[in-house]
Design a binder for this molecule. Structure first.
Ligand code: S3P
Length: 182
């Protein structure tokens, strides 16, 4: 069974756009975790935050991770907060998944997210500052969760090709060795 490839990283780093393209290149099924949660709940992520708070969203996210982690051979675009919870990282690894951090420069993220209306954590007055603060806090955690880091400052098609080029030897090697111990 092929282990899953899980994309992690900051909001706007390209997890979904890269994931879709890479899935085609790699002949894998694509799964977007936020979309999975939305379909499961019949609510948008914003509605879940509004009704149940961030804590309520995180509980639903952890449940979704448990469910998708055990499906074989997927490329999974996680949410920007998913791998910040150790239990989610463990669930992905336990099922043989490999976590890839799409590392994108702060300035590029600020530019990509400047008009965002969809992400609850970014509907704040000083968005650039909030992004910078969250980015500083989260970057070490993405690095720690990931088995491999890809420079994701390039357009999604380029990053997808970088990812696809890793796939076969990467998965084989990592699956033989088992996931990084933590
Ligand atoms: C979040 C990122 C979002 C979504 C939710 C929380 C975060 O996903 O899961 O709004 O904590 O960074 P994207 O990274 O796909 O925007």
């Amino acid at each position: 069974m092929r282990g899953n490839v899980i994309l992690c990283g900051f909001m706007g780093c390209g997890k979904t756009s890269v994931g879709r393209r890479a899935a085609k290149l790699m002949g894998r099924e694509f799964c977007d975790l936020d979309q999975y949660i939305e379909e499961r709940e019949g609510l948008t992520v914003s509605e879940i935050f509004a009704r149940f708070g961030e804590e309520g969203f995180r509980q639903r996210e952890a449940q979704a991770v448990e469910e998708v982690a055990v499906r074989p051979g997927l490329i999974i675009a996680s949410g920007g907060g998913t791998v910040l919870a150790e239990k989610n990282v463990s669930a992905f690894h336990r099922a043989g998944g490999m976590i890839v951090f799409l590392d994108t420069p702060l300035a590029a993220l600020q530019e990509r997210l400047k008009n965002d209306k969809r992400r609850p954590l970014l509907q704040v007055p000083d968005r650039r500052k909030v992004i910078a603060q969250l980015h500083a806090k989260r970057s070490p955690l993405y690095h720690a969760a990931a088995d491999v880091t890809i420079d994701a400052g390039a357009p999604p098609g380029t990053v997808a090709r970088r990812l696809a080029a890793l796939d076969f030897p990467f998965s084989e090697k990592k699956l033989d060795n088992g996931p990084k111990s933590r």
